[in-house]
Write a protein that binds this ligand. Structure first.
Ligand code: GDP
Length: 344
């Protein structure tokens, strides 16, 4: 049965297609995508995220045809806890980028929380100005439940956006779960947003996330907060030196910004460009992308294998039996594992 969120996600595009009882031809959609038609791009993304087998097959054909035209963007991952200022920053950063001639796509990775059932990023109207910008494209998080599903869709969406001529892809996520690792695995530059004076623990940022960052920006550096932000910059800069150096030798940098007053936004873009140059000059850009691709293949195959294993009837029966026998004490966990291994 479909969840309410999934029902909502049946966008107008798919509904229209259903009503007409016809799906577009893959070639026609691909040609329109390559001609930078954003309606066609939205339709392709909707098809790729749809749970219908028919749509998925068409989406696969479209993605395959778009792949040779993808890969030529710079992909930026952005994370930070709710309220740190992500959407406000992306709005002013994205607007800066379109003003210098870039085409910017913003995608979100926000698996719905198993506890609240809702998403954190998608519930409010975000980036209103950027969404009206002719050179920007904003797509909220796919509504699949699991992180694996959202990650798969986002990777496909990146390829589709690149084929549609977007040269900067921003992938936004909330800094509270595992989604940052997933976003780090699909982007070229990973930017962490932090508030001044709130302490790492308060901000719920795990050590591992700081370690993944290529850059940190201190947000809301305006008014009374300006001094705190300058202090935080120095603190984070020295904290970053405590981590082992990155294989590329890149030393993460810290910037202070106020998205409300457009402060530090151009500087952040310069930081991103410096990183890109650093990586490309030393050959790490390609190495990094290839490693990400391999990791993606491993991940996708292992997800599929796990899913196929657990969907087998004999495995489900054995699990049920093991559950009963574990409860009654007839079987130990070790024995249950051995009995399931027989089906691998
Ligand atoms: P998100 O949840 O991380 O996307 O955060 P938002 O961008 O929605 O921002 C959360 C709150 O912080 C909002 O009330 C914003 O108006 C405010 N905010 C965001 N950026 C700034 C800034 O640069 N300066 C100030 N003073 N407030 C900001």
């Amino acid at each position: 049965m479909k969840s309410i969120a999934q029902k909502k996600a049946e966008t107008a595009a798919v509904k229209r297609l259903r009503e007409q009882h016809q799906l577009p031809q893959a070639d026609e959609l691909v040609n329109r995508i390559l001609a930078q038609d954003r309606t066609a791009l939205s339709q392709a993304i909707t098809l790729a995220e749809s749970s219908s087998v028919e749509h998925a097959a068409l989406a696969l054909e479209i993605i395959k045809k778009c792949l040779p035209h993808s890969g030529r963007s710079f992909r930026i991952g952005i994370t930070g806890v709710p309220g740190v200022g992500k959407s406000t920053f992306i709005e002013s950063f994205g607007t800066h980028l379109t003003s210098i001639g870039k085409h910017v796509a913003v995608l979100a990775v926000d698996p719905s929380s198993p506890l609240s059932g809702g998403s954190i990023l998608g519930d409010k109207t975000r980036m209103e100005k950027l969404s009206l910008d002719a050179n920007a494209f904003i797509r909220p998080s796919p509504t699949s439940q699991s992180l694996g599903g959202v990650t798969k869709s986002t990777r496909q969406n990146i390829a589709l956006c690149e084929a549609a001529g977007f040269d900067i892809i921003i992938v936004e996520t909330v800094g509270v779960g595992q989604s940052e690792t997933a976003v780090h695995g699909m982007t070229d530059f990973f930017l962490l947003l932090m508030l001044a004076g709130a302490g790492d623990q308060l901000q719920g940022i795990k050590r591992g996330i700081m370690e993944m960052a290529d850059g940190i920006i201190i947000t809301k550096a305006d008014g009374d907060n300006e001094k705190n932000a300058a202090k935080a910059k120095a603190e984070y800069f020295s904290a970053l030196h405590l981590y082992p150096p990155k294989p590329s030798g890149w030393q993460p940098k810290v910037e202070v910004t106020s998205a409300l007053y457009n402060k530090g936004v151009a500087e952040t873009w310069k930081l991103v460009c410096d990183h890109e140059q650093w990586m490309k000059e030393r050959g790490f850009f390609e190495v990094h992308r290839k490693a990400q691709e391999l990791e993606w293949v491993r991940e996708a195959v292992s997800n599929e294998v796990v899913q196929r294993f657990f969907s087998r009837q004999e495995v489900a029966d054995e699990l049920k039996r093991a559950q009963k026998e574990l409860a009654s004490g007839k079987l130990s966990g070790f024995e249950a594992i051995q009995s399931l291994y027989r089906f691998i």
